[in-house]
Design a protein around this ligand. Structure first.
Ligand code: DX5
Ligand code: ZN
Length: 217
């Protein structure tokens, strides 16, 4: 099933509640929440107290928390308490990725693993049995509004083939640089969870989401 996850990194932070509620009303399947620590990525976003407020505004729509921080295992419990429903951690960020993924699962949350554009798919193939979702970054993580890296299509296609061959039930999420003009190509490559930040929050949020959903549904 195709799922749409607006990324609130590009939201108007003066109107978070209104922005999230508009996403919910327009039919978003998840709210994608980017946590950045200024170390793993060259940017800082927000943490548990803000996520708690987002959770309240999102109601029944689950929070898809994309954690871009070093040793994310330290923050699984606080993120869960704040309202995370799914936690995705970067393969590159954890000294013990297996323990980190196990900790997410043991917390009762859905488990995701993410890779940066330069990390080969091979790095995570041993982890597929442990995850509900793989997040393929189509830009270098850290900022919204960047251009989609074309090599990502092959990565998505190869991963979808491997998942099919192994008969696994794993979502492929793609994050970074997705807009109306490349959405169909990303879906055709085999992604089924689509993240978009600037393409949603710049302009009319409801209209923007409707355009995405008309292609995805
Ligand atoms: C970037 C974040 C993304 C970001 C995407 O590191 O992980 O979720 O918000 O923004 P756009 O869709 O504008 O590329
Ligand atoms: Zn993200």
């Amino acid at each position: 099933m195709n799922l749409f996850a607006p990324s609130m990194l590009s939201i108007d932070f003066g109107n978070v509640e209104k922005g999230i509620k508009t996403c919910v009303k327009a039919g978003a399947d998840y709210i994608h929440v980017d946590v950045m620590d200024g170390n793993f990525v060259p940017n800082i976003s927000f943490g548990p107290p803000v996520i708690k407020a987002v959770k309240k505004a999102a109601g029944n729509v689950p929070l898809d928390v994309h954690v871009m921080m070093l040793e994310p295992i330290r923050f699984i419990e606080p993120l869960k308490k704040a309202g995370a429903d799914m936690i995705t951690v970067h393969y590159e960020s954890a000294s013990d990725i297996n323990a980190t993924l196990d900790a997410i699962k043991n917390a009762g949350l859905k488990v995701g693993v993410a890779i940066k554009p330069k990390t080969p798919l091979d790095a995570i193939l041993d982890l597929l049995d442990k995850v509900d979702m793989v997040l393929i970054m189509a830009v270098e993580p850290g900022f919204g509004g960047q251009v989609f890296i074309e090599d990502s299509y092959d990565k998505i296609r190869n991963l979808r083939n491997i998942i099919n061959e192994r008969k696994l039930d794993i979502d492929i999420e793609v994050d970074g640089g997705i807009r109306e003009d490349n959405l169909q190509k990303v879906l055709d490559a085999g992604a089924n969870v689509i993240v978009a930040g600037s393409a949603v929050f710049i302009g009319d949020i409801e209209e923007n989401i409707k355009k995405f959903l008309s292609v995805m549904r």
